[in-house]
Design a protein around this ligand. Structure first.
Ligand SMILES: Cc1ncc(COP(=O)(O)O)c(C=O)c1O
Length: 393
């Protein structure tokens, strides 16, 4: 038998069913096989998989995205979030004619060289220097603490005039679920303005998960550039980067900065991205439904923890639910994330898996709900949580 997946469920090669909260680390906002995305895929490729030329549907997609994210005055389509962020940083460096990148510990921006310093998610970055990243790369990246402007200032005090960009997840999904404290993102905006550097919001997880206008509308701070991916393709590989026209103009053929990608903007992935936007535009209730389901899951977890006397904070934001095996308030930065009990999470992960629940194997990740999850899935999950905690504590 083949492993497979449908809706909120994944099946292994023996056809054991799992309620899936990984959801491919984000893209599967509609579950594994929403009919509006899977139907008639043959027709989508009937005209060809990839053309290597810009086509009208690509332009229409860019216009649709810009209507929701006005800062994306110009954009380019690529295949993965990694490419989107890597390209955005190159553009920022070309635009400012500077090299220094400031990023945050516990944010994850893909697997290209400089992104891997102190990265969150399941990246193993304790010794990037021995992990194939040349020392030259390290010279032009500094890593600050999320939600801590003093740590940003300490790094910029000496090197502010070298700063090309600050890259940040405006709401973080890669060191557990972390929201920016009041003034943090506006503080980054202010520092970029003062230093003539580019502020990049990495919305590869957050765009569409938190609405068509993304996290940037929620946090009320406008970046100069934005990167998109994951949900955008509903499972098909497509991502984008873009921003103010004045900045994007450094790209060839107008300017000296090059990015490419054989499969960028291919007609299949672009068609899928249109289908995703169609679905979200015609089903605004999806957001409320997932929020209600997420609230039930979070409340159920809180009740279990309270009954068992466990001091873990449960975080819920729409389709994201998260808790860590660490007493105290929810994570605010990567130090908090690292203080969580890894060995206990590992035992809990396996106990849940034995009970048919698929969680991300790294505690840095969060639980993603999809439009395919049901109240029955939540009930089954909560029963498994209670049993698993009984087994592992
Ligand atoms: C915020 C963020 N940016 C970028 C990426 C990289 O995207 P990809 O895995 O498509 O290369 C990820 C992937 O998890 C991400 O979470």
């Amino acid at each position: 038998m083949q492993a497979s997946a449908q809706g909120a469920h994944a099946y292994d090669h023996e056809h054991r069913r799992f309620i899936d909260y990984i959801m491919a680390y984000g893209p599967l906002f509609f579950g594994h096989t929403h009919p509006a995305l899977t139907k008639g895929v043959d027709e989508l490729v009937a005209g060809g998989w990839v053309w290597g030329s810009t086509h009208p549907e690509e332009i229409r997609l860019a216009r649709r995205i810009r209507s929701y994210l006005p800062i994306m005055e110009r954009m380019r389509f690529v295949t993965t979030g990694t490419e989107a962020v890597m390209s955005a940083i190159r553009v920022a460096r070309a635009y400012t004619n500077r090299n220094l990148v400031l990023k945050f510990a516990g944010n994850y921006h893909g697997h290209f060289d400089l992104a891997l310093f102190d990265a969150g998610a399941s990246a193993h970055t304790s010794d990037a220097g021995r992990g194939g990243i040349p020392a030259g790369v390290m010279a032009d990246v500094v890593v600050a603490r999320y939600n801590d402007l003093a740590s940003v200032d300490a790094l910029l005090r000496e090197r502010g005039n070298e700063l090309a960009c600050i890259i940040v997840e405006p709401i973080v999904g890669n060191m557990g679920y972390v929201t920016p404290i009041e003034g943090f993102l506006s503080g980054l905006r202010e520092r970029c303005d003062r230093l003539n550097a580019v502020l990049i919001f990495d919305e590869v997880i957050t765009w569409l998960r938190f609405g068509l206008a993304g996290a940037q509308a929620r946090v009320a701070v406008t970046p100069d550039m934005t990167t998109l991916g994951k949900i955008m393709g509903g499972g098909a590989p497509i991502a984008a980067f873009g921003g103010r026209a004045e900045i994007m103009r450094v790209l060839a053929p107008d300017g000296p900065c090059f990015t490419g990608g054989t499969h960028g903007g291919n007609p299949l992935s672009v068609a899928m991205a249109h289908r995703v936007l169609d679905l979200l535009e015609t089903h605004p209730e999806y957001y409320d439904r997932m929020d209600a389901l997420g609230a039930d899951l979070a409340e159920g977890l809180r009740a279990i923890f309270s009954r068992r006397g466990l001091p873990y904070a449960v975080v819920h934001h729409e389709s994201v639910v998260d808790f860590k095996f660490r007493p105290g308030p929810p994570n605010r930065n990567y130090d908090d994330a690292r203080a969580a009990d890894k060995a206990l999470y590992s035992r809990y992960y396996w106990a849940m898996r034995e009970r048919g629940i698929l969680l991300p194997p790294s505690q840095n990740e969060v639980m993603f709900l999809s439009t395919a999850h049901t109240a029955e899935d939540i009930d089954e999950t909560l029963a498994a949580v209670d049993e698993s905690l009984g087994a592992v504590l």
